[in-house]
Design a protein around this ligand. Structure first.
Ligand code: NAD
Length: 483
């Protein structure tokens, strides 16, 4: 336990505190060894955090500020993260397993969210509605109040940045429930909040077990809005708890997203998309390219190229992988790795072929080889269920109709991709794929500015872009009778 400080506390109402439920061990998935201990909050801790956030909200200390002031604070939080990028990235790699260069990118991504939503703070304006000479009518957008944010382990810093920046920019206060496996790095948001002068209690950060602290937070009557990213099952539990208090949720629940590759696609460019699409963060990305649907005329060549990419990646401890390149780190835990490996075995038993990878590495830590499965058909479990690991399934299509039917053939609908030089074909497919974001000729095309969220079991509500702002405010209409 020498790589970082041995014990990390929760941050409630501006104080660093122990947890009512003791501590949890945080494991370094790059070595399988204990990295540190993290305080675990219980329901009483959650209650104190919500009360603190409520107090600050009702005081108007944040909501009453001129938006430019809030925007500046949010932007400065991002600058604070950038100033501490190296130390945060190290801990992120140690707790999550990703290569150090990916961790650095994640921290830069957090600062980008803070910049974007800091800049948006001043753009949230109401409108005036004409009602004739006898009235003056206008709308205002008010913050909802206490935003509860339940964070997943795959991008613990970036997922917090996404919701925290928009919530603060619009004048809300926040309680963040960090993930049990990767709770450490979120502590820097507390340091950032203090550094920029946010009032005590405006940002509260606690770790706790999902069924304990997470459930207590999502059922708390003082919470005014909930943001959740994670599994479908947990999303349903959270939305059910929120419904009891008539509180709105944003749910972002993963996917089984497909790239349709036509015979006229630029296959050299597509190879780069595969590298990012499924092996970035060891495939633990909700919008990962977990399926490739290849036209039969290029299917064999594409399979060959994709497996070449998979085999070219050097896999090992993220802390040693400091530079962008052909490398991949550990998965978040041995449990997640074994689950992914089990899904590969099941796919083979259902008739898929192992074209690359598929095995655990003979190393301590949570490593799985970059994996490619061929001969996958739409009815197989691997084609329908999220692996959340570095496992790509390749399917074959003959007609455009069939490709779109396969793409739409899962309960999910987070993102979809079309790779072709034919603009008409791409546009038609973009209209027919049921997903919240469509990538044409580049996986992950878009940015913080572009709205993101799911169709179907991928969830509801939109994060990113200006669309996300409306999740954090409610509209009030004020009608004044004149004379
Ligand atoms: P999870 O949904 O159980 O956990 C995500 C967060 O929810 C954690 O902070 C957890 O503590 C909390 N949580 C768990 N149960 C809760 C409850 N009853 N009430 C309130 N909060 C609760 O996800 P997981 O178990 O860590 O991973 C399981 C699967 O979820 C993964 O294999 C993957 O498929 C999916 N997942 C998706 C994403 C994504 O970005 N869409 C992220 C992480 C996990």
């Amino acid at each position: 336990m020498t790589e970082t400080k041995p014990y990390w506390q929760n941050y409630i109402d501006g104080e660093w505190v122990d947890g009512g439920s003791g501590r949890i061990d945080v494991i370094n998935p790059g070595t399988g060894e204990k990295l540190a201990e993290q305080a675990l909050a219980n329901a009483a801790d959650v209650d104190r955090a919500v009360q603190a956030a409520k107090r600050v909200h009702l005081s108007g200390e944040l909501s009453g500020l001129r938006p430019v002031e809030r925007g500046r604070m949010v932007r400065k939080m991002g600058e604070y993260l950038l100033e501490h990028r190296d130390e945060i990235a190290r801990v992120l790699t140690l707790e999550q397993g990703k290569p150090l260069w990916e961790a650095e990118l994640e921290i830069s991504g957090c600062a980008r969210y803070m910049e974007y939503y800091g800049n948006q703070a001043e753009t949230v304006e109401g409108r005036s509605i004409p009602l004739g000479d006898s009235y003056f009518d206008f709308t205002v957008h008010e913050p909802r109040g206490v935003s509860a944010q339940i964070i997943p382990w795959n991008y613990p810093m970036e997922m917090t940045a996404r919701s925290l920046s928009a919530a603060l920019a619009t004048g809300n206060t926040v309680v963040i429930k960090t993930p049990e496996m990767t709770p450490l790095t979120n502590a820097w948001y507390a340091h950032a909040a203090e550094a920029v002068g946010l009032p005590k209690g405006a940002v509260n950060i606690l770790c706790g077990l999902g069924h304990e602290a997470g459930a207590a937070l999502s059922a708390h009557p003082g919470v005014d809005q909930i943001v959740f990213t994670g599994s479908v099952q947990t999303g349903i539990a959270i939305a059910s708890a929120a419904a009891q208090n008539v509180v709105p949720c944003i749910l972002e629940l993963g996917g089984k997203s497909a790239a349709i590759v036509h015979e006229d696609a630029d296959l050299d460019a597509f190879e780069r998309d595969v590298r990012w699409g499924i092996y970035f963060n060891a495939g633990q990305v909700c919008s990962a390219m977990s399926r490739v649907i290849a036209h039969e005329s290029i299917h064999d060549e594409l399979l060959e190229r994709i497996s070449g990419i998979a085999r070219s990646l050097s896999v090992g401890p993220g802390i040693e992988r400091t530079e962008f390149g052909a490398n991949m780190g550990a998965m978040v835990s041995e449990g997640q790795r074994d689950r992914a490996e089990g899904m590969v075995q099941q796919a083979l038993s259902e008739g898929a072929n192992l074209v690359a990878g598929g095995r655990k590495l003979n190393l301590p830590g949570a490593f799985l080889e970059p994996t490619v499965l061929g001969n996958v058909t739409p009815d197989m479990t691997i084609a329908r269920e999220e692996v959340f690991g570095p496992v790509l399934s390749v399917l074959k299509f003959r007609s455009d109709e069939e490709a779109i039917a396969i793409s739409n053939g899962t309960p999910f609908g987070l993102v979809g991709g079309i790779f072709t030089r034919d603009l008409q074909r791409a546009t038609q497919a973009a209209q027919r794929i049921r997903a919240g974001q469509i990538y044409v000729n580049e996986w992950y095309a878009g940015g913080v500015e572009t709205p993101f969220g799911g169709y179907g079991q991928s969830g509801y509500g939109r994060e990113k872009g200006r669309e996300a702002l409306w999740n954090y405010v409610q509209t009030k209409n004020i009608a004044i009778k004149l004379g």
